[in-house]
Every structure is written in C-alpha cells, then in structure tokens.
Ligand binder design. Structure first.
Ligand code: C2E
Ligand code: CA
Ligand code: CA
Length: 269
C-alpha cells in the first residue's frame, strides 16, 4: 500500500496513515549510520543518520518509500522525532578527544513545527550531546523560496547552537544570494555531480566551482556519493573538506558502525 499511495484517493490516504500509525506505535522507525570523513586527514568526523523502517526482523524499508507519504499525511513530525531519538541514542567513541558529529535530515515541513527546535535541544541535553555536534541537513527545495520565514525558522536552530547544512546542492533552487543570507555552515554537493567526476570534465568544473563558492562563503564543503578512489582523489585535490559514500562505507546499523569505527575509523585508545 505504502509504495503506491502518493497522489491517490482518500481511502488510500487513510490506509497509509493507519499503516504509518502502526509503525510509529511499534517504534519501527530507526536510523542507519554512514561515516563522513575528513579529506585532509582521512579521519572519521561523524555519521549521517538515515531513516529506515524496520518492517520486521529482516526487512528494512528505505526512506524514499515513506518520507513523502509521512509528509502527505502530516505524520512526518512524529516520524522525525522517532528517528532522531533513535539516532542520538547511539554514542560513538570520541576521536582524538573530539566528539563525533551527527548529521540528521530535516524535512522542509519540520521547519513549520515551531516546537521542534526546543524539542531537539531538550533531547540532546537528555542524551548529553552538545548541539554543536548536530548538523541538520535541509534539501534545497521550492520551500526554501520564502527567505524571510525560512530565516526565522532556521535561526531558531542556530541560536540553540545547532549547525545547518544545505543538502543536494546543485540540483535544486538555491541561489547564491540565499546561501549567503541564510545561516548555513555546510554545503553538500549532490551525488549526481560526484558520480561523474572521473569521467566528465564538466562535472569536475562544476564541483570545483561549488567548492570555491562554498569556501568563499565560509562553508564546510562535503561531497556525497563517493563510489571510487578516483573521485576521492579528485575531491581531495580540488580542496573539498569532507566526503561520504559507498567507497568509504555504506549506511550501517549502529552495531556495524561501531565495528567499522573500531577497525577503520582511527579512534582513541
Ligand atoms: P540524502 O540525504 O541525499 O542521503 C544520501 C542518500 O544516498 C542515502 O540514501 C544514502 O544511502 C545514499 N548513498 C550514500 N552513499 C552513496 C553512494 O556512494 N552512492 C549512491 N548511489 N548512494 C549513496 P537513503 O538512505 O535511501 O536516503 C534517501 C533520502 O531520504 C536521503 O537522501 C534524504 O533526503 C531522505 N532521508 C533519509 N533519512 C531521512 C530523515 O530522517 N528525514 C527526512 N526528512 N529525510 C530523510
Ligand atoms: Ca542528507
Ligand atoms: Ca544528498
């Protein structure tokens, strides 16, 4: 039902809502963790926490299937809280005395939830996590079109010490003017450009230009979707700050991420 639900009639809408309600009640929404590394040092800097629906013991449903539905039914607010609470419960060991960062994905609809910044602040406090360890990734979409409302909403996170990242940069609606005006501290280059880096001169030029733009605005620049050593090398040479992708590691359960960190992530003794 869930996969075919978008854009269907009232009956389907209610069925999807009921299915999501059951999953929420069962606390079936969890997170998987994908390492983010520094290109300068090769060191692990944090994890992106990606939503998963644990439908049963073996089956994990990907976010593309349910996030859009939850946005349509209005259940995205509860779902986001459930995923975040799960994601922040795992505490990876510090690296070189520096606590690792959690990158969390935010739906543009979450920005309309006035209580959310306060809720997240309290949640972090309860878990002993500093807000500066949390980066909220927001996809640049048409909803970023009203800069004044957006600025007010984003500021609510910034004044509490959270970092903000603009996700999927290059495929959406952002303009340089907006980027400079809004309180982002990080820019993530969309994986579409990273994928063709080694084979397309055009992609290489775009990526280099985006890295330059990000740095000139004082932003940390991250490349996602790194699938090979060549792309990693090119990004390093182009001055990109951080990278993420299957070549480094796929998103994993926290048990697998802990093992990965212990064997590949260079942690303290
Ligand atoms: P995203 O934020 O752009 O996340 C990156 C996606 O790329 C993830 O897909 C990740 O598994 C995948 N990926 C990572 N490395 C590679 C690579 O080297 N190659 C390729 N081809 N793919 C790679 P995933 O986990 O299926 O998430 C899809 C999208 O769902 C995310 O895209 C994000 O927009 C959304 N999403 C995930 N979790 C949440 C959440 O908690 N809340 C909201 N609102 N959206 C979420
Ligand atoms: Ca993301
Ligand atoms: Ca992305």
């Amino acid at each position: 039902m869930i996969g075919a639900a978008l854009g269907r009639g009232e009956r389907e809408h209610r069925a999807v809502q009921a299915e999501l309600s059951d999953a929420l009640a069962a606390e079936a929404f969890i997170a998987h963790y994908q390492p983010k590394i520094s290109l300068a040092t090769g060191e692990l800097v944090g994890f992106e926490c990606l939503a998963r629906w644990q439908a049963n013991k073996r089956d994990l449903i990907a976010p593309d299937v349910f996030i859009g539905c939850a946005e349509q039914t209005g259940q995205i607010h509860e779902l986001t809280r459930q995923v975040y609470r799960y994601a922040l419960t795992w505490r990876p060991p510090d690296i070189g005395g520096k606590p690792l960062k959690y990158a969390l994905n935010l739906s543009p609809l979450n920005l309309g939830d006035e209580d959310f910044p306060r809720w997240l602040f309290e949640e972090c406090k309860a878990q002993g996590i500093a807000p500066s360890q949390v980066i909220l990734e927001i996809t640049e979409t048409a909803s970023l079109n009203n800069p004044l409302v957006l600025l007010e909403n984003l500021t609510q996170f910034r004044i509490r010490g959270f970092e903000l990242s603009i996700d999927d940069f290059g495929v959406g609606y952002s303009s340089m003017v907006q980027l400079a005006r809004l309180p982002f501290s990080e820019l993530k280059i969309d994986r579409m450009f990273v994928k063709s880096l080694a084979t397309s001169e055009e992609s290489m030029k775009i990526v280099s230009a985006v890295i330059g733009l990000g740095h000139s605005l004082g932003l940390n620049v991250v490349a996602e979707g790194v699938e090979g050593s060549q792309a990693l090398e090119l990004l390093y040479r182009a001055g990109c700050d951080q990278a993420q992708g299957y070549f480094i590691a796929k998103p994993m359960s926290h048990q697998a991420a802990a093992l990965w960190q212990a064997t590949c992530g260079r942690q303290d003794g």
